[in-house]
Write a protein that binds this ligand. Structure first.
Ligand code: PMP
Length: 282
């Protein structure tokens, strides 16, 4: 079946047959990292940047990168070609490997490498036209949110609190300052300027963070990454989220109250058009 072929440790196998040992440290400790790469019309989008971030995440936790850039590109191309959907998203995961349970890094083990592709359903027009709801919550995660780690419990709990409130995302704040969404970066529009949180250890540097800067430049919009107090978020003219799978979405309700006019704003409209053009050009 189309969706069911995955890559695991050197072989392409049906998803239902892919197995890892229970002592894999990804399972036992969440000791691994991952990536999600969107694929448009069969072509991975911003792959260089995704592979650079994967290399940084691996280096940050002391796992040797199992492939060089050409190796990853070959693997991803092979995986994408095994599926017929024009738009896909490729999930990559590398864990430290399998060893007797002990917190310290075991010596001489081989990382587990897993990759799968899923159909990428671009956010529906209704979501773009109406926007989505979000809630706010304290950021209760650790202090290395820049590492794209599979240890996602803090993000999982934040997303669940959003879902239970009937919302699509949870905006998190640390010491009164905006960090990010549970699975997205967050953007505040005030007076025509696009503001995002600084890139540091408190947020994941989304591949769309740099991309949004480029798109703002193309659109003649001011773009700035700086500390954003909660009050500024609550007073936003527009709010947006970005991620590989949700592209750019307008947030039109926050904690039950309308954001700005309560409708997707003009800055969103310009940026999503520029984004879609960029995915077509790539
Ligand atoms: N922050 C978090 C916590 C995320 O999970 C994601 C989605 N991967 C992002 C930001 C956005 O990153 P990207 O633009 O690379 O998808």
């Amino acid at each position: 079946m189309n969706e069911a072929i995955v890559y695991l440790n050197g072989a392409f196998v049906p998803l239902a047959e892919a197995r890892i040992p229970v002592l894999d440290r990804g399972f036992i400790f969440g000791d691994g990292v991952y990536e999600v790469v969107p694929v448009y019309a069969g072509r991975p989008f911003r792959l260089t940047q995704h592979l650079q971030r994967l290399a940084r995440s691996l280096a940050a936790i002391g796992i040797d990168n199992p492939f060089d850039e050409a190796g990853w590109r070959g693997l991803i191309g092979d995986l994408v070609d095994r599926h017929t959907w024009p738009n896909q998203f490729v999930y990559l995961q590398v864990t430290r490997g399998v060893a007797r349970r002990d917190h310290a890094f075991p010596k001489g083990i081989t990382p587990t490498v897993f990759a799968m592709s899923s159909e990428f359903t671009i956010p529906p027009a209704a979501q773009r036209e109406q926007g989505v709801s979000a809630i706010t919550a304290p950021d209760e995660r650790w202090l290395h949110c820049d590492i794209k780690s599979v240890s996602l419990l803090g993000n999982v709990l934040a997303k669940q609190s959003a879902v239970e409130a009937g919302a699509a995302e949870c905006l998190m704040f640390r010491d009164g300052m905006l960090t990010e969404g549970s699975s997205s970066n967050i953007w505040v529009v005030r007076g025509g300027r696009v503001l995002g949180a600084p890139v540091n250890h408190l947020v994941l540097e989304g591949i769309r963070v740099g991309l949004l800067g480029e798109l703002c430049e193309r659109c003649g919009l001011d773009y700035e990454l700086r500390r954003i107090p909660r009050e500024e978020v609550l007073a936003a003219d527009e709010l947006m989220l970005t991620s590989a799978t949700r592209e750019i979405l307008p947030i039109t309700r926050l904690d039950g109250a309308p954001v700005g006019s309560g409708r997707p704003g003009p800055v969103y409209q310009r940026l999503i058009e520029a984004y879609q053009a960029a995915t077509r050009e790539a």
